[in-house]
Design a protein around this ligand. Structure first.
Ligand code: ADP
Ligand code: ASP
Ligand code: MG
Length: 426
């Protein structure tokens, strides 16, 4: 007797813009149905309709300036529950068996960090059962529950995390992320008109781009995808055609100096002035910030000439108020002079694994900014990235000029890319 061939398992995630209204939901249902009818087992993850999550945040803000995070999670998680039910109905209309689930129903267990919870376990049983009954499982993205059955959410953009985590648990052959652009571009196509869609990108580059502000993927979800080599395809829900494949690094990828340029307008800069230059002061400052659960990004300490020094760092804009109030207390405690805060900053970054083995990237980036008279406030680097803090008002112009300097646009593709000297970083 011939053994029945096992179906491929595919996880398909549709973002808010892909399910913004009922006609788009019907379109998504047709796309899911196609995948199912091609003989795949399909698990679908959906975000809330359009801007629902922002609207819910806005509603809370009309009640209170500081909603408790537990209640915010109760509120925000409702968005995804609407879209899963509607998509299930649309699939039923097409004659397919489908069932919708909340995060809790499929056993997505998280820690208790409300509004930015981490997944600690997923029991795949409910999903496997649903699939084995021949049904399409539709899971609400962005949510889970902690071990006390409290509803949690996974941070903004967290449906990407749900999709990647389910792909891992189900050992899926593919995780498809459907969005409102054709794939990952050399820069945000809303900002750079001639940005070019990439056919492939490495996990490391996608993780850096996402962490540096490229909204197309949630950064934390890319950490998981990269750790477990989840096969990913980022593509458009509104048109056909191949998107961008995220893969392990392959030969030849290092030949490209810079894969993409991005700007993050979500950061603010804090400077603590005239900190006594003695052991323990920086440690105290950042220890107390960590205790407040504030993530610090770039840190710069100036060379001390007078026994005192300035320490500057960046934090997310949403953390600025509590960071500033904590710093004011610390300043008094350690005898520093005071703090300066600048919320009108942006972090501009270039990312590419080619930087590991080629020099000249920093010089070209800084030169491009200088040509536009854009001042650099802070600089930081990693193995495959260079970031500069600049004034927020210059961010879009800076992305365009740097994108152009590296010949990343559609016009630059046909030209031979400038190859800087080998074997020296940056
Ligand atoms: P979804 O609702 O599908 O999750 P998002 O709005 O979170 O979609 O992400 C898609 C958006 O990301 C695009 O509309 C695009 O403007 C933005 N974006 C920023 N940087 C990039 C980039 N490098 N490549 C593609 N899109 C990008
Ligand atoms: N709806 C949530 C948000 O807007 C999650 C997501 O879309 O991924 O952040
Ligand atoms: Mg998103």
């Amino acid at each position: 007797m011939r053994k029945k061939r096992k179906n491929r398992t595919v996880v398909q995630k549709f973002g808010g813009s892909s399910v913004a209204n009922t006609s788009r939901i019907k379109g998504v249902a047709r796309r899911v149905a196609e995948t199912r009818r091609a003989g795949n087992d399909v698990v679908v993850v959906v975000s809330a309709l359009g801007d629902t999550t922002d609207e819910l945040v806005g509603l809370a803000a009309r009640i209170t300036k500081s909603p408790r995070e537990r209640e915010l999670d109760m509120l925000l998680s409702t968005g995804e529950q609407v879209s899963v039910a509607l998509l299930a109905m649309a699939l039923h209309e097409l004659g397919l068996e489908a069932a919708s689930f909340t995060g809790a129903q499929v056993g997505i267990v998280t820690d208790s960090s409300h509004t930015k919870a981490k997944i600690v376990d997923i029991s795949g049983n409910k999903l496997k059962e649903t699939i084995s009954e021949g049904k399409i499982a539709i899971v609400a993205g962005f949510q889970g529950t902690n071990t006390e059955q409290e509803i949690t959410t996974l941070g903004r953009g967290g449906s990407d995390m749900t999709a990647v985590a389910l792909a891992k648990v189900l050992n899926a052959e593919l995780c498809e992320i459907f969005t409102d652009v054709k794939g990952v571009y050399t820069a945000d196509p809303r900002v750079v008109k001639d940005a070019r869609k990439l056919d492939t990108i490495s996990y490391d580059e996608m993780l850096e781009l996402a962490s540096m502000g490229a909204q197309v993927m949630q950064a934390r979800s890319m950490e998981v995808a990269s750790k477990f080599d989840i096969p990913m395809h980022i593509r458009s829900s509104l048109s056909r055609g191949e998107g961008t494949i995220v893969t392990k690094e392959v030969k030849g990828m290092e030949d490209v100096l810079v894969r993409g340029v991005t700007a993050n307008k979500d950061e603010a800069k804090v400077t603590v002035c005239d900190v006594p230059d003695k052991p323990g002061e920086a440690s105290r400052l950042f220890r107390e910030l960590a205790d407040l659960d504030v993530n610090v990004d770039m840190i710069i300490q100036n060379v001390s000439r007078t026994g005192r020094t300035d320490i500057s760092f960046t934090v997310c804009k949403k953390d600025l108020a509590r960071t500033a109030s904590l710093m004011k207390d610390i300043v008094r405690g350690i005898g520093a002079k005071g703090i300066k805060v600048d919320k009108d900053v942006a972090k501009l970054s270039v990312v590419g694994i080619g930087m590991r083995s080629h020099s000249g990237v920093a010089a070209k980036m800084f030169g491009a900014l200088a040509s536009e008279k854009i001042n650099i406030d802070m600089i930081s680097t990693s193995e495959i990235k260079i970031s500069c803090v600049i004034a927020e008002k210059n961010a879009d112009r800076a992305v365009r000029v740097v994108h152009n300097a590296f010949g990343l646009g559609a016009a630059g593709k046909s030209k031979k890319r400038s190859r800087a000297g080998k074997c020296r970083k940056k």
